[in-house]
Design a protein around this ligand. Sequence first.
Ligand SMILES: [Zn+2]
Length: 331
Amino acid sequence: MANPGVDATSSQVPESPLFDIKQVPGKGKGLVARIDIPTGTRIFREKPLLIARNMSPHMLQKDLEPKIKALAKDQQRQFLCLHNNFPGQYAFAGIVKTNALPCGSGAMVGAVYPTICLVNHSCMPNSHTNWNEDAGHETIHATRFIKAGEEITIAYDKGGTSDTRRASLKQSFGFDCDCPVCSLGIPELQASDTRRLQIQALDDAIGDPFRMRSSPAASLADCHSLLGVLDEEYGTGRAVLARLYYDAFQICIAHSDQARATVFAERAYKSRVVCEGEGSPLTQKMKRMMENPAGHPNFGGYSKNWKTSKSQVPKSLDAVDFEKWLWRQGR
Ligand SMILES: [Zn+2]
């Protein structure tokens, strides 16, 4: 995120034909689409200015000092122009804590970027960032159509109701979220909060490996319910869809159902392509699972109760009946 008080010159970052770096009212600098950007477009990719481990502010400051000294002058300027929500004794650590994006889901290591760190937050983002471990860069992709003039946004929040999100965004990043969701009227906001809580509850239930083993039909039904709530809340194109389809894949493959697993892997693959691009290691993993679901280490690991082969994907069903087959509805 940008420092609202510092006027970083955009000439310090590489030119892109897709966006401009502009002052966004109340937010400091932000990225604004220069032209219409179709879903799945890679907006930008960027190498980190620096990478740091998660540690105490004192230790982090010590770790950062030589790294920042080693940067070129313009890179030092880029770093110092980023917003610091924790000013005081450990200024470098504060900038990293405010801006670093984790290098992969759940990583203890985070990276700071001159441009991608300027992308502002929305609880209804239109883009998704992803760390590509193989390439050593961060990418940002449009997860839905972005109109020329619209701000490019990602989600900084960790979920929950609007009140929870707003409190945590204020604490971690120092701003009051006034995104299109947080600005809804009371009844609409309550409906959104209910859906967000449902999303969390379903996500937790699906992640339970014991339930996946003993009640796979219930786990798969939860995946289907989650898909419905996600669609209602966000529309299509959320990165979480790739994870949802991969969960459904894992349930099916653990119970030896290669036919449905193939379809779910294909959907996970397509969602990853939109959010991360073809070159992402996770996209490639989904492609391998789609081509050879039996190659998954937990193939048949829970039971053979749902045993099918890849060739048993039905070819003559209409779309509605295909979905019923896929989600094992009416069984
Ligand atoms: Zn918001």
